[in-house]
Design a protein around this ligand. Structure first.
Ligand code: FE2
Ligand code: FE2
Length: 327
């Protein structure tokens, strides 16, 4: 069978078609009215079909089996590759790779076009997502042996240890664009305790090569009970702060940094000309970065960090700017 014959069938068995009587425009409008991800509610349960195409992806699990069989792992640097927005690939000294938060456009169309291309079909041993928003959950795009979607608890494999802590999404927009008000227009609560499910979040701590990295995702600036103790000492902190202050404000970001005192800060969730459209309403993070005590404007999308050099740093901003991996 040719691979082109393996494409999934959409809605009602009609490839590429919408449900009968539903124009594309009315589909998007109804989806928006139902909230992010609400499009599924337009379908009868008998019409719903899984859209995962992972079973058609190239490659196999040989690399994961090699890691599984390895008796020991070398010391060395930790690799961080930036794929734009909140997508980062971390490579352990032993060669295990984890991709966090691959992005896509909102499939309902309600939130418009954010990204200039589909997320690259990059090979990573593990793909993880912090929450179900479209700009964080294209878990089908990386070519991965394992997908750990919204994982809470502890996972250990090869020379990686990953801990997921369940918390909540930032639910009050601090910037000019009051995007959290749209949820009230959709008839759902943005804030806990009765928040709609897509405002649930998981933050991740990755320990490898003697470096502890915190993936903040879109978490709220004032996390719930137990968060700070569970997170502990952080060496590398990723934070979603851009010039429009879409998720966190400059002050909120700075307060988190003052509290955690990480060695390194990596800004995320900002406008990268390589990956992201202005329609996202995001802005670059340059202004926030240049207001910091110490920062480096990186000239590539790839970074190598070793524990010995990180130990000597203090809240050093490493900013990828418009550099992003595209394959
Ligand atoms: Fe989000
Ligand atoms: Fe986001």
């Amino acid at each position: 069978m040719d691979k082109k014959d393996l494409k999934p069938t959409l809605l009602d068995g009609k490839k590429g078609d919408l449900a009968p009587g539903l124009s594309r425009r009315s589909f998007f409008m109804a989806a928006g009215a139902a909230g992010v991800g609400g499009a599924a509610s337009l379908l009868k349960p008998t019409q719903a079909q899984a859209q995962s195409t992972d079973w058609t992806q190239p490659g196999n699990n040989n690399h994961v089996i090699d890691l599984q069989n390895a008796g020991s792992f070398p010391d060395g640097a930790v690799g961080i590759d930036f794929y734009g927005h909140c997508a980062l690939k971390i490579t352990s000294p032993g060669g295990a790779t984890v991709m966090f938060d691959p992005w896509r456009d909102d499939p309902s169309g309600a939130w418009g076009l954010w990204f200039k291309q589909k997320f690259p079909e990059t090979v990573a041993d593990i793909t993880m997502s912090t929450h179900t928003h479209f700009d964080h959950d294209a878990i089908d795009r990386p070519v991965s042996t394992m997908v750990l979607d919204r994982m809470v608890g502890t996972f250990e494999f090869a020379d990686l240890k990953i801990t997921g802590f369940a918390d909540k999404h930032a639910c009050v927009a601090p910037g000019w664009y009051q995007w959290t008000d749209a949820l009230a227009e959709f008839g759902v609560n943005a804030c806990p305790p009765n928040n709609v499910g897509h405002m649930d979040m998981v933050t991740y701590v990755i320990e490898t090569g003697g470096i502890r990295t915190l993936i903040w995702g879109d978490n709220r600036p004032d996390p719930g009970p137990g968060f700070w103790d569970a997170i502990g000492q952080v060496d590398v902190l990723t934070l979603p702060v851009d010039g429009s202050q879409h998720i966190l404000s400059y002050d909120q970001g700075n307060a988190i940094i003052d509290r955690l005192k990480p060695k390194v800060v990596i800004p995320t969730h900002y406008l990268s000309e390589t990956t992201t459209y202005t329609l996202s309403t995001l802005q670059p993070a340059d202004e926030w970065v240049k207001g910091q005590k110490s920062y480096q404007m990186l000239d590539s999308a790839s970074l190598q960090l070793d524990a010995a050099s990180v130990t000597g740093m203090d809240r050093e901003f490493l900013y990828f700017g418009h550099n992003a991996q595209t394959s």
